[in-house]
Design a protein around this ligand. Sequence first.
Ligand code: ATP
Length: 625
Amino acid sequence: MRRQLRTVFSTATGTFAAVALLLLVALAIAGPIIWSDKANAIDVAKAWQPPSGEHWFGTDELGRDMFARSLVATRLSLLSAVAASAIAIVVGVPIGLLAALFGPRLTSAFQSVVNVAIAFPALLTAMFVGTIIGIGVPGAILGVGIAMAPMFARLTQTLTASVASLDYVAAARTMGVPLRKLVGRHILANVAEPLIITATTSVGTSLLGISALSFLGLGARPPQYDWGGLLSTGLKAIYTSPMAAIGPGALIALSGIVFSLLGEVIAGAFGDNQSSRRFGRVARAMAAAARRLSPISAPPAEVLLDVENLRVGFPSENGELPAVRGVALRVAAGERVGIVGESGSGKSVSVMAIAQLVEHPAVVTADRMRFLGTELSTMAPAARRRFLGTNLAMVFQNPMSSLNPAMRIGAQLTEVARVHSGLSHSDARTRAADRLAEVGIADAGRRLRQYPHEFSGGMRQRAMIAMGLMETPRLIIADEPTTALDVTVQRQILDLLLAINRDAGAAILLISHDISVIANVCERVVVMYAGVVVEDLPVASLLRAAAHPYTRALIASVPDMATDRSTDLATIPGRPPSLSDLPTGCPYASRCAFATDRCVEQMPALAPLADGHLAACWHPQGGTL
Ligand SMILES: Nc1ncnc2c1ncn2[C@@H]1O[C@H](COP(=O)(O)OP(=O)(O)OP(=O)(O)O)[C@@H](O)[C@H]1O
């Protein structure tokens, strides 16, 4: 970042802004020391003199030198503007954070209040607050600060809301990172750039506000004076001695421009920082390294995850949208289970609900949601966070958003071990280096000191997996972990998951819309359609025994090396039903070649076809397991 700042400050605009700021600061420090005597020297005989070699801006009604007074006023003018911006930040940022983090009711109440506050002219707010506090410098500072606070509150709320939905925040929440650290490290650190830019430009806006109040007689009062007050004085003699008004007016305008330019320059530096991020090359092959993972012993047939009748609904204008409608899911210790289905079938929402990452206003219910024999829905939130943080790891789709870009990899990995295991910094670091090595990242010591942008996409996924392995997870949920990666890296990440499953014994719940990915990695596949499980069977029997026409259509739509490329690939005609208009019968009926009246009228329940094979279909196809 320092390098970027140096680069942008070496441009013509950057140099001008930096030099002008230095001059202003020097003037604010030295002005009152050097020119106070001249600025306060009264000589009534020389009242309202026009500009001359002796008085560059002329004199005021008491014959005081307006140029000296303008220079002396720099300190009060700038300090007041900086103080007003600081107040706006100190009041606005926490309000914006609270509104974004504490539920939609607070957010909508906040938005209504802030919209009204922003619509109300800021100068009127400042005058109102300033007059109540008392006419003078403190009142003007507070008035302008309070008037600008809604702008910071809204900016913070919008930025926080966008960051809070990113995967690394969800991951930190899954791992039980406390709210204080979540806000400080994962949210504020990532919204700091636009906030810093706005804070810089806001000093210019504050300066205009404070000057306006002083100009109106609501700010600095004699014997104090700032540029706004001097402008007001100068205006009295605008026809005989225009420089008395133009001088302080020009200083206000110039300073405002300097702070706007500074904001632009800093924004440019941040922008350059983003664009200069380069991904490193993909690390070497994985499977052998992953074999070094410390094994976790687990009884072979232990039921790890047992979910029954999971339902998730999202409130909307047209009533509740049932995204997940009675899903049943079982994962045994060490088992590799895949969930497959078209986009929107409810795969992600189901696992997010299990990981307790679906929030109000969504409504989550389940007859049973047991993990490691413990019912999750009745646990106290703090204990549940700790429990899931040590036993469950999540790997998300997008390695770009899975890691906090503002934190070094080492800090992100050690945070988990320090929160959950209370490890010392050096022990946590040793464990983090071990885990990076185990997921195949060479030179782990150096890599720990790097930021996510210095990692390739595949390495970030590895780092994310390493983060999940900082504790000893019994279940790794990987939600489309390879979708954002290129084909060769996809294979490496899947091999890594397989190796972890084999060597560390962690069960894998892999989500994909690609049934061939599931078939390559998993032992069992759960097929979802329109929020329900339509089939659940061993992968080994997929080709032979898939019974649901939807499962069979998914298999038929996968090309393989033997596919005749001169003919079109099989596609599934039609589209999944809309959540707001679900049919009463089988949701697949309108696309199904075997559908009858019964399918349209009655929803088939998920029922056993054979031992280890369930399907929800009135006309199951295929052979036996
Ligand atoms: N926050 C939300 N508010 C409203 N509806 C949502 C929300 N999150 C998900 N949904 C809806 O729930 C349904 C299931 O979404 P989900 O993300 O689980 O699908 P998916 O099978 O994982 O698909 P994809 O592979 O595209 O992620 C979709 O119709 C989606 O639009």
